[in-house]
Design a binder for this molecule. Structure first.
Ligand code: ADP
Ligand code: MG
Length: 520
């Protein structure tokens, strides 16, 4: 086991032995418009690795933040080692023995690896000055134990993210943590580093340290976790041992869907294309990107809506981005109507007729202060101009046509887009991309966060567009939408195609492919 000697009293006997080491009781956390935690109870035992899972927005990060003093609770309480805890800051929690390792490494990139590792605990010599030689020696020794061999004098920021994360972990453990919380720790790690991390976790556990492990990678959870708590919409909907918990059941808890006994029905392993009604307009072959995509292939015919299913982090958005030129590829090809599209370039993809409606319309889409008209015309301006001169009349005509066609509800084309409802903003974005006259439309969560009525309208619109011959790729976490809206569903798992459903597409069928290897 890497790290320093076990704490004096040893595992399981430090302080109180009975009861959980860290606990949330009926925790409530409200943000404007969202109840992120709606009475969550969670308890962590000494020496266990406890998985915290749930779909995007379920409340995992918020729970971690209330446990570690980042946020104050609006109701309920946090208990640590049997007593009510009110950490005023993450630093306080850390001093008390709760170390948190976030996906983003929060160390100091400009400082050396050694200094980052031993910050606040630097070995000092005469006159209280830092003994740099001793510091380097100690840091090197500590990291070696974790299988990391680096020049500890280098600035932390000059190293790979994986190594940085291991340094953060090593630091946390050095600091005598009783509880270690890891939020998606493996997302930036190389396979070899993941193995090292697991070895470290096993060692910590043996020593009695309690670990909270947030991850979307089911394989990992089943390998290293003892219990799991499932959050959904700000509630803890299940806590129990992982061993014996069927994967399909776990996924159904996360997604809030019943599992019937359908399992492998309606499910065929990905085996190329089924019928041959027309040649695919879009072909993506062997898309690969370090840590994100491992050889994804996809073909879509004109008029076809291909759904992309999978859990968060399975590679759905990355696949769409890669096809749209927004994610560089290590390997793989994209072609439209048999013509290769140069990778890694959004303009080249648009030129080839591929457009992507991104997931986050606020961050990547709508310019709230610009008018509806300008938001629609934004991307298409070069097309609507002749010799660099934009014909305002032509823009007006195109905008009016889309406002009408997509039934965009606005006071007029000059209303700022930010004043429209979510659903209408989404339509404006859709109009923007349709104005590019695409052949392939990639939609990433097109109805997330819009109200039910608008949702139905957007769905109907997608159908119409496909009816006009557009090839559509539809990403949705809403299984019902995927089932209802797709001609075929390709399911991704951990960056690769895990299976495909056609003809008989059901929620259970999709979940069965997501769950993959059957039982836990
Ligand atoms: P998870 O980590 O499971 O994806 P989060 O805890 O990040 O979920 O989010 C839970 C809910 O709370 C989401 O609806 C999210 O939008 C909302 N939320 C999280 N943090 C904030 C914040 N600082 N301000 C407003 N809303 C937030
Ligand atoms: Mg989170």
């Amino acid at each position: 086991m890497p790290g320093r000697d076990a704490p004096g009293s040893g595992a399981g006997t430090a302080g109180r032995t009975a009861g959980p080491v860290l606990e949330a009781r009926d925790a409530v956390k409200v943000f404007p418009g969202v109840t992120a935690l709606d009475g969550v109870s969670f308890s962590l035992d000494q020496g266990e690795v406890h998985a915290l899972v749930g779909e995007n927005g379920a409340g995992k990060s918020t729970l971690i933040k209330v446990l570690t003093g980042v946020y104050r609770l609006d109701g309920g309480e946090v208990r640590y080692r049997g007593e009510r805890a009110e950490f005023g800051s993450p630093l306080e929690a850390q001093r008390a023995g709760i170390a948190t390792i976030y996906q983003e490494v929060n160390l100091v990139p400009q400082m050396s690896v050694a200094r980052n590792l031993l910050l606040g605990r630097e070995p000092r010599g005469r006159l209280g000055l830092i003994d740099f030689a001793a510091m380097r020696e100690r840091a090197t020794a500590v990291l070696r134990e974790y299988g990391i061999d680096v020049d500890v004098r280098r600035p932390l920021g000059s190293l790979g993210l994986g190594v940085q994360q291991m340094v953060a972990l090593a630091r946390a453990i050095q600091a005598d943590a009783r509880v270690v919380i890891m939020d998606e720790p493996t997302s930036s790690l190389e396979p070899r580093e993941v193995e090292t991390l697991f070895a470290v976790i096993a060692g910590l556990k043996a020593r009695g340290t309690a670990i909270v492990y947030v991850s979307h990678r089911l394989e990992e959870l089943y390998r290293i976790c003892d219990r799991v708590t499932v959050l959904r919409d700000g509630r803890a909907v299940h806590t129990g041992p992982l061993a014996g918990l069927d994967r399909l059941r776990l996924i159904s808890l996360m997604l809030g869907r019943a599992v019937s006994e359908v399992r492998a029905e309606g499910l065929t392993k990905f085996a190329g294309h089924h019928d041959s009604a027309g040649e695919p307009v879009l072909r993506a072959e062997g898309l690969a990107r370090r840590n994100l995509l491992r050889g994804v292939s996809l073909a879509v015919r004109p008029g076809e809506i291909v759904g992309l299913g999978g859990l968060l982090g399975s590679g759905r958005s990355e696949t769409a981005k890669a096809i749209a030129g927004a994610l560089p590829l290590d390997e793989g090809r994209v072609s439209v109507n048999g013509r290769a599209v140069p990778g890694g370039s959004v303009p080249a993809a648009i030129e080839a007729g591929v457009v992507l409606l991104p997931e986050d319309r606020k961050a990547e889409g709508i310019v709230p202060t610009l008018s509806v008209r300008d938001n629609i015309a934004l991307a298409a301006l070069p097309r609507l101009s002749r010799a660099g001169i934009v014909s305002e009349a032509e823009v007006d005509r195109v905008v009016a046509a889309f406002v009408d066609r997509l039934r965009i509800k606005a006071a007029g084309p000059h209303q700022p887009a930010g004043e429209l409802s979510g659903g209408n903003q989404q339509k404006v974005l859709l109009a923007r991309w349709l104005a590019m006259n695409p052949k392939v439309l990639l939609l990433d969560e097109p109805t997330r966060g819009i109200d039910v009525g608008a949702k139905a309208e957007v769905q109907a619109l997608i159908d119409e567009l496909a009816g006009d011959g557009l090839a559509v790729v539809l990403i949705s976490s809403d299984l019902e939408e995927l089932v209802e809206g797709s001609d075929r569903v390709v399911v991704l798992r951990e960056g690769a195609v895990a299976g495909e459903l056609h003809d008989d597409i059901t929620e259970d069928g999709i979940m069965a492919v997501i769950a993959g290897g059957g039982h836990g």
